[in-house]
Design a protein around this ligand. Structure first.
Ligand code: NAD
Length: 305
């Protein structure tokens, strides 16, 4: 059977502290793929205990460590990488996934908002490439050759202007540049750099972003129901519930994005480098809906009599 394996590997997933989100699902998927230890880093560590329980309940041996981290901090990022190397003697994957999305009009968006978005969602991924790669070059008896995989969570907003506000769109587009340039800069180091562009994915992002933007440790009090209500309201506003027959109007579960991260981390994706894979169920390419094509209906089943 074909299976994704990253057996024995050690790495970081940022933005993995929320109780319902892509980072959390990435930790579970990477643990299922055989990771030995994953450092789940976030400003909000509220979901870590239950994440550890889930991994244990699946019978996985992966060690999940929660760490407080502001991804905008060079000092904190380097400190965690050094801690991992001291403890495990290896570092194999860095999933730079932390982010937030506060929707502001151009009129209300100010310089501080813009620069914080740059710090978190542009500088954060840069730090993952800059220092994650150095950690991946460390060899040991368990890992005799340098290697690694860096994955940056970009967004569908990097591919179209109407998904988000100006700051978010700009920094997610920058993520794509970091992936492309990073893959070239690390081409002599046996380290791949790829990006994932999720489309509308159910998560706590729309509930937690105002808090996350402050850059301080926080706890999210919202219940699962409140989180679901908030993203449902937002998806409705985006027109996703208008024509449910269309595949591109579906919303994704965080797991669907996480499986892609597990695949890209593994050697099964050895030929994929410097790419940003849009996982949006086809929404971006369907941007104009049926305006130009005319009605798109389901094809008729083949008559195989
Ligand atoms: N959910 C979607 O529809 C969607 C679509 C496109 C892209 N994304 C991207 O996916 C990634 C994960 O988001 P999610 O939807 O799973 O939301 P989420 O809120 O569940 O997870 C994001 C996490 O990032 C953390 N974070 C924010 N700023 C941080 C910082 N400075 N340092 C450390 N952690 C920080 C938050 O505390 C939060 O726990 C983000 O980068 C987001 O931009 C999400």
């Amino acid at each position: 059977m074909l299976g994704i394996s990253i057996k024995g590997q050690v790495g970081i997933v940022t933005g993995a502290g929320s109780a319902y989100g892509i980072g959390r699902s990435m930790v579970i998927a990477l643990a299922q793929a055989g990771a030995k230890a994953i450092y789940a880093c976030d400003l909000n560590l509220g979901g870590i205990a239950s994440l550890q329980d889930v991994v244990k309940s699946l019978g996985l041996e992966c060690i999940v460590e929660g760490r407080q981290l502001d991804v905008a901090s060079e000092e904190q990022t380097v400190a965690i990488l050094k801690e991992i190397l001291k403890c495990h003697g290896r570092f194999d994957f860095f999933i730079a996934n932390a982010g937030y999305a506060v929707y502001r009009s151009l009129e209300t968006l100010n310089q501080e908002h813009f620069m914080r978005a740059v710090e978190v969602m542009q500088k954060g991924p840069y730090l993952s490439v800059k220092y994650g790669s150095q950690a991946m070059m460390v060899t040991s008896a368990e890992k005799p050759k340098p290697s690694g995989s860096i994955i940056i969570t970009s967004s569908c907003a990097a591919f179209a202007g109407a998904y988000a506000d100006l700051a978010y769109t700009a920094v997610k587009k920058a993520c794509n540049g970091i992936v492309e340039s990073g893959s070239v800069q690390l081409s002599a180091s046996n380290i791949r750099v790829n990006g994932i562009g999720p489309g509308c994915t159910k998560s706590s992002i729309l509930t937690s972003s105002q808090l996350a933007e402050r850059g301080e440790a926080y706890q999210l009090e919202a219940s699962d129901e409140e989180i679901a209500k908030t993203h449902a309201k937002f998806f409705e506003r985006g027109g996703l519930f208008n024509d449910q027959q269309k595949y591109y109007n579906r919303t994704a579960e965080p797991d669907e994005i996480a499986y892609l991260a597990a695949f890209l981390t593994s050697d099964m994706a050895a030929a994929i480098n410097g790419q940003i894979i849009l996982a949006d169920s086809g929404k971006t390419v369907a941007a104009t809906g049926e305006g130009f094509t005319g009605p798109v209906t389901a094809v008729s089943p083949m008559n195989f009599a």
